[in-house]
Each structure stands twice: as C-alpha cells, then as structure tokens.
Ligand binder design. Structure first.
Ligand SMILES: O=C(O)CCC(=O)C(=O)O
Ligand SMILES: [Fe+2]
Length: 240
C-alpha cells in the first residue's frame, strides 16, 4: 500500500463551478521515502511531509484521548487502541496526509459566480487536522447553518470532525461542513493559498460498533469495518 497521488484540478474550461486546486496525497506506508536517495526535490519534499506527518502523532493521540474522555468512555484510550498506525506505520488505515496548493487565479480568468476554492463538504474520516497559511477563506458551518470564518490564527490548527466519527457516535458528534471561498478582496483573489490536511481514520480492521457511551442514546446501525466504511465513502455511497 505505497501510494502518493497527485491530483490536478482543471483551471479553466469547466462549465460549472469547479474546485480550483492541486493536491498531493501521502497514503499508506511511507517508509519507502526515508529509504529513497535524497537528491531529488520531490524526495526532499516527501521526506519533509513524512516528518511533519509523524510529528503530528503525539497530538493525534492526545485528541483521541480527549474525544474518549469527552464521550465519557470508561476506557479513555478506546480510540487510541483502535489506531495502531499511531505506533506502527504499516498497520493498514485510510489515514491520508495531503499537501494542497490553490494557484493564484490569473488576471485574464473571470471568476465565475459561486466559485469556491473547495466546495462545501465534510471529510470522510474520523477527525482532520488542518494547517492553513495566512491567506484565509476557510469557513465552517455551525449547527444553525451559519457560515463562520475560520480565520488563520498563527500557530494554531483547525480540527474538524469527519463522517466516520459522526457515524460511529450515532450522530452525537456532527461532521463539520466546511468550504474554502475566494476572499472578496481583489488583491487576495490573485494570490495562491497553501494548506496541509491530515485525515485520520482508525485501523481498517477496526469494527465500528456502537460506542459504550452513556451520552449516546440511540444508534441506527450494528457494525461495519472502518476500511469498508472508507471504501464506501470513496465510492460515493451516501447512506452512511
Ligand atoms: O484547504 C483547506 O483549508 C481545506 C481543504 C479541505 O477541506 C479538504 O481537502 O478536505
Ligand atoms: Fe475538507
């Protein structure tokens, strides 16, 4: 499961609003990168990305513990225990570390009405760590449906709840809807934006069964493997 995926978004010639960005995903076991010769630029880039990804793991562990405590689970390590990839890079999981680049929009391209850098969506996984530069444009939706600007705060990251955690918690925790708009100021429209996102998923073999939490009153499902849930999401299945 060694994979690096480059996704190139079309910049022009799409009739409807499209996502205006490029991304580079690190998925699966990344050990092969540290063994690669270190002269090529993309290898340097990859090594830095993997270093940053690994550096996130103590934080991932803390956040998982906090979620366990917040849900009043007797075992506060409930989520940590189901994410063996935190210690063992080879433990299969759909976790994905993504570098995003939103190119400056050239002056000769008219920005269509409704054009976003990323359209409204929620992420598929457990939680997402989101690092953004100081360009701005990221917005999150609250429970009342209002959009709130998640303005960049130096030294901070945004943590979003994903579809998998919404499902696993029987809807008690809601997946955060978010989008990235093109800021109004003309000058800002013509600069690029960068962000890095870390989509966390439990180990693929983890069974998502009702959580032992007194806070969750009702469940509408019995169980599914985390890997099957992620596959279904990637295949566009909407019912989860
Ligand atoms: O670039 C951002 O700030 C958000 C990216 C995002 O939401 C995503 O890739 O799922
Ligand atoms: Fe997202």
């Amino acid at each position: 499961m060694n994979d690096r995926i480059y996704v190139d978004s079309p910049m022009v010639a799409e009739p409807k609003p499209f996502d205006f960005r490029e991304s580079f995903d690190f998925f699966g076991d990344t050990d092969f990168i540290s063994q690669a010769p270190s002269n090529a630029i993309d290898v340097q880039f990859s090594k830095s990305m993997v270093e940053l990804q690994d550096a996130c793991h103590p934080l991932c562990m803390d956040l998982m513990k906090l979620l366990g405590m917040g849900l009043e689970l007797d075992d506060e390590d409930y989520f940590v225990r189901r994410s063996k990839w935190l210690q063992d890079n080879k433990s299969p999981s759909y976790k994905t570390f993504r570098a995003l680049y939103y190119p400056a929009i050239p002056e000769n391209i008219e920005i269509p009405v409704g054009q976003a850098r990323v359209k409204e969506h929620s992420d598929h996984g457990f939680i997402t760590l989101l690092f953004q530069d100081d360009t701005g444009g990221l917005e999150v939706r609250d429970r009342e449906g209002n959009w709130i600007a998640a303005d960049p705060i130096h030294g901070s990251i945004v943590v979003n709840i994903g579809d998998l955690l919404e499902f696993w918690s029987g809807g008690y925790l809601r997946a955060t809807k978010h989008r990235v708009l093109i800021p109004e100021l003309e000058i800002q429209k013509r600069i690029s934006r960068q962000s890095i996102v870390y989509f966390l998923h439990p180990d693929s073999q983890t069974t998502l069964s009702p959580l032992p939490s007194k806070l969750i009153k009702k469940y509408h499902f019995s169980s599914i493997l985390s890997g099957d849930f992620a596959e279904a999401k990637l295949a566009g299945v909407k019912s989860y």
